[in-house]
Design a protein around this ligand. Structure first.
Ligand code: PEP
Ligand code: MG
Length: 554
């Protein structure tokens, strides 16, 4: 038995076989070829097979999501039939006497750059399609998959690190746990693991080796310990530990249907954070009062091209319907920084966390923003939706957003599309700038939701992705808590509600403080709801105030 020690970032015990995910490096070998005609034939076969695959995908998409959405696969087929593209591969093979993979890679790069440098935004977006179709052919040529297919049995995934875009591609039903060499507790991958309720250990460094792939493993998400090929005694102990944890969760479920009310009668909304339509189920099972944060960018990360209005409409409608009249706060696209999708073609940045992300992209690329807003408003008649905007820093941004929202509403009305006129519009308070002018911002919107993950990173000047800074990332820092108090007071002074949707909302050490501050809503991962309800029901706010729980934050 080998024991590894990392950092537990998502509670629970996972027992199963590990599959180590090795990212395709993208390095393409170049070697000499004598029979260039046979080599081109090899490319041609792979190309035709890729076209067959695209046919299957097209038909499946027509059936499942509609003809408009399926068009992307048709367009990819056209690209593979393009004479210039095929000629380029052929010429490189015959003139340079090189292998098909190398010729394809060169062709992909030339065409990618050509599209990426075009002025027209639509054509620029096609650069990602060139990459996508070329990768499809390359996989056939080299006989390799994405690397994320592990087999038929549920498994624990091991990896050096996982990007959010990779994590969302994993089949959640097959996933028992996460074990990674790198990563930070506040990265979106760790947040995703917690949101899905899947045990996770990060920061294992070189202790975690790819050769452990296929071996039995136990993950202890509480202590950060990992056991490879555990002995019988350890296996039994952990089976027992897992059962006890399950039992504890079952016991907490006795709180289902009960109010989130303190001993002295203060009520608070306890909502769920979700990232995928399938998480709505776990919000319901855990008796969430609503959804306080739906991270809509995961729809974009799961796609290889901009999700269409209809595709998004179906997702928002379905969540609104599933939540059956309970409030669902959908956050508009928060892409950028660690959440990257190739087709956005975001140039490489020196400082991505402080860069081109979230509302900045939406205000800059208004077609993308308007498409999402149209889908949201159309879905608003199927339940109780609210819309929230991320990464706000100024009143001017909010006014611009409201102007675009009005335009979208006018367009929909003129097309005779039904929508709810009174959808609440809120903003995330996750930059120090927004916190400091929250008195002004409160006059512009219907609610605030405090994003403590980013608010911590920007207030303390600590990159939340940086593993080396983990011990400095302190969301209990009085600077943060003072800001939260200030935002709550400013919201209430202007008659709007305020919630917390960052990870801190689930931190039971601060529940008493948040209740004393008068926070109206806490939105947490579904699995944290019952424990939070228990804590709320055991708290006496007047006593806490008398004991001076807020003294440091006034
Ligand atoms: C936050 O910043 O606290 C937040 C909820 O948003 P995200 O973690 O997705 O950046
Ligand atoms: Mg954030």
């Amino acid at each position: 038995m080998i024991i590894l020690k990392g950092k537990g970032v998502s509670d629970g015990i996972a027992i199963g076989k590990m599959f180590f995910y090795e990212r395709q490096t993208g390095d393409v070998e170049k070697y000499e070829i004598e029979d260039t005609a046979a080599e081109y034939e090899r490319f041609e076969k792979a190309r035709l097979k890729a076209i067959d695959e695209l046919d299957v995908l097209y038909n499946k998409a027509v059936e499942e999501i509609g003809e408009d959405e399926a068009m992307i696969f048709d367009m990819h087929k056209m690209m593979l039939d393009d004479e210039d593209y095929c000629d380029s591969v052929k010429n490189i093979i015959s003139e340079e006497k090189v292998n098909a993979e190398y010729a394809l890679e060169q062709t992909k790069n030339t065409f990618y750059e050509l599209f990426a440098s075009m002025d027209d935004e639509y054509m620029r977006g096609r650069a990602a399609d060139i990459k996508d179709v070329s990768t499809r052919v390359m996989k056939i040529l080299t006989n390799s998959g994405s690397g994320l297919e592990a087999g038929d049995e549920p498994f624990i995934i091991g990896a050096d690190d996982l990007m959010p875009s990779e994590t969302v591609q994993l089949d959640k039903a097959m996933l028992l746990g996460f074990a990674t060499m790198h990563g930070s507790s506040n990265s979106h991958t760790a947040i995703l693991a917690r949101m899905m309720g899947i045990p996770a250990v990060i920061s294992l460094k070189e202790q975690l080796k790819p050769e452990y792939s296929g071996k039995d493993m136990i993950i202890d998400g509480f202590t950060g310990e990992i056991y490879i090929e555990p002995d019988e005694r350890t296996s039994k102990l952990y089976e027992q530990k897992r059962k006890e944890y399950e039992l504890q969760k079952e016991m907490l479920k006795q709180l289902a249907g009960m109010d989130n009310v303190t001993l002295d009668g203060r009520r608070i909304d306890v909502f769920a954070n979700i990232g995928h339509i399938s998480d709505a189920e776990s919000a319901i099972v855990n008796d969430a009062g609503g959804v306080g944060l739906f991270r809509s960018e995961f729809i974009y990360l799961e796609n290889t091209d901009y999700p269409t209005e209809n595709q998004q409409f179906e997702v928002y409608k379905s969540i609104a319907e599933k939540m059956n009249g309970k409030k669902v706060v959908i956050r508009t696209l928060d892409i950028g920084a660690d959440k990257q999708a190739d087709y956005f073609s975001i140039p490489k940045e020196e400082n991505p966390a402080m860069g081109y992300r979230a509302i900045r992209i939406c205000l800059d690329r208004q077609l993308v923003f308007k498409t999402q807003l149209r889908a949201l408003f159309r879905a608003s008649v199927y339940g109780h939706l609210a819309i929230m905007f991320p990464m706000i820093t100024s009143v001017a941004e909010v006014r611009k957003i409201k102007q675009i929202v009005d335009e979208v509403k006018r367009e929909l009305a003129s097309e005779g599309c039904a929508f709810d006129e009174n959808v609440e519009l809120g903003i995330m308070i996750e930059t120090p700038a927004a916190a400091m002018i929250s008195d002004l911002l409160a006059q512009e919107v219907d609610f605030f939701s405090i994003g403590t993950n980013d608010l911590t990173q920007y207030t303390l000047a600590i990159d939340r992705q940086n593993q080396m800074l983990e011990s400095f990332y302190d969301p209990h820092h009085p600077a943060l808590l003072r800001m939260i108090k200030m935002v709550v007071d400013n919201a209430h002074n202007h008659g709007i509600w305020v919630g917390i949707c960052g990870e801190l909302g689930a931190d039971l050490e601060l529940t008493e403080t948040f209740l004393a501050m008068g926070v109206d809503e806490l939105s947490v991962r579904p699995s944290a709801i019952f424990a939070l309800r228990k804590k709320v029901r055991e708290t006496d706010v007047s006593k806490s105030l008398k004991a001076g729980v807020l003294n440091d934050y006034i």
